[in-house]
Every structure is written in C-alpha cells, then in structure tokens.
Design a protein around this ligand. Structure first.
Ligand code: ZN
Ligand code: ZN
Length: 132
C-alpha cells in the first residue's frame, strides 16, 4: 500500500512574480525518497531547491520571468561559436594576406590586430559595465 503525504513549510521567501508567500513543499511517498520543492501560494509556480523552474504559473509575470531565464543560456552559447567564427575568419584573412602580399604585409597587420584587440576588449568591458 502506497501512501502519499504532502508537508508544507514556510520557506521565508516572497514570490517576485505575485508577491505571494513561497512554501517549501515536501512530498512523501512510501518507498520513495522525499521530493522537496518550492511552490508559490499566489501564482502556483514551482521551483526546485536550486532555483530551476518546474511549473510556471498563469500570471504574465511568471511567463515573462521564465522567458528571461530561458534566453540567458542561449546567449552564452552563442559567444564561443562567434569567437570560433572570428578566429577562423581572421586566420583565413591572414592566410590570404600572406599569400598575396608576402610577409611584409604582416608587419602592417600586427599594429592593426593590436588596435582591434584593444577596441574589442574595451567594447566587452563597456558591455559588462552597461555603458551601452
Ligand atoms: Zn507567485
Ligand atoms: Zn509565478
């Protein structure tokens, strides 16, 4: 015979979707390890203890916050790909310069490369500090 029991505890957090109380929900089932998650009393959102969302509530703010979360990893995934693209493109460019212009061309390219690198770092720094 399997029995289930749900225990509710106050987690001490307030929901940033609806301002409701967030409860710690413990589901006990015979023969199973206890399942603990967080659930909002107001909008019904459920989270794992590490903040990963399990169930999205019906409020607009619930869905909006979920959308913000889901776009975050996508953005960080693009960056290494873009970086690789830039590296490959610049290697091809460099190869073409050497092929057509000879080694003397590289001497002009080095200061340009340094300048580009400095500007790129400045751009990244500015983005981190929300200058643009
Ligand atoms: Zn809520
Ligand atoms: Zn919610």
């Amino acid at each position: 015979m399997i029995e289930t029991e749900t225990i509710w505890n106050d987690s001490g957090y307030d929901c940033d979707h609806c301002g409701g109380q967030i409860l710690e929900r413990t589901d006990l089932e015979t023969g199973q390890p206890a399942q603990v998650c967080l659930q909002c009393q107001g909008c019904g959102c459920q989270w794992q203890l590490d903040g990963e969302i399990i169930r999205i509530g019906n409020l607009t703010s619930c869905r909006r916050s979920q959308r913000v979360r889901s776009t975050e990893p996508a953005q960080t995934n693009i960056n290494p790909f873009q970086l690789r693209l830039i590296v490959v493109a610049s290697l091809l460019f460099l190869g073409a310069i050497v092929f057509f212009g000879g080694l003397t061309a590289i001497r002009f390219l080095v200061p340009i490369a340094i300048a580009v690198f400095v500007f790129w770092r400045l751009y990244q720094l500015g983005k981190e500090r929300m200058w643009w």
